[in-house]
Design a protein around this ligand. Structure first.
Ligand SMILES: [Zn+2]
Length: 157
């Protein structure tokens, strides 16, 4: 039976640099197999009991995918609708609405800019230090909705 699992995590890249962490904030809650966390992490946390601390290594291919060079585009700086200074690592959306793809400035070469449309963590092998806060069997309603419910029930119709 799929479970609803709540956990804290610290995410590091292969050099040990912390990329993200839930420490000091709310833990993450997900339904196993529901697609709310990356597949490689979901798969490796199956069966891990509440209270357990574990380190999970997820290769890039099972996290945010390999880095796709076809998603990198070279454009003229003056064609970008951006005011002010650009810096490598800056991210911005390619359209007006919040679902527009995000691109990252990978390099600035003279009057040209390399825009990378890959997810920021594409091609990065990830290491998660995970502490399972709680785990319980999913309810029939959660299974039919495909996501975990909080104490207040379903937060969206
Ligand atoms: Zn629901």
């Amino acid at each position: 039976m799929p479970r609803v699992v709540t956990f804290h995590y610290t995410l590091r890249d292969p050099s040990g640099r912390v990329l993200d962490s839930s420490a000091g904030g709310d833990p993450i809650t997900y339904l196993e197999g529901g697609g709310q966390i990356i597949e490689g992490l979901d798969a490796q946390l199956r069966g891990t009991a509440a209270g357990a601390k574990t380190r999970v290594q997820v290769p890039a291919a099972r996290a945010y995918g390999e880095h796709d060079p076809d998603q990198v585009h070279r454009v003229k700086r003056n064609l970008l609708p951006i005011e002010g200074e650009l810096q490598v690592g800056d991210q911005f959306q390619t359209g007006a609405d919040r679902f527009s793809p995000v691109v990252t400035i990978a390099a600035i070469e003279g009057d040209e800019v390399l825009l990378d449309g890959n997810p920021p963590l594409a091609g990065v092998d990830l290491t998660f230090d995970v502490e399972i806060v709680s785990a319980r069997e999913a309810t029939a309603e959660e299974l039919s909705h495909g996501h975990a419910h909080g104490a207040e029930g379903c937060s969206h119709e």
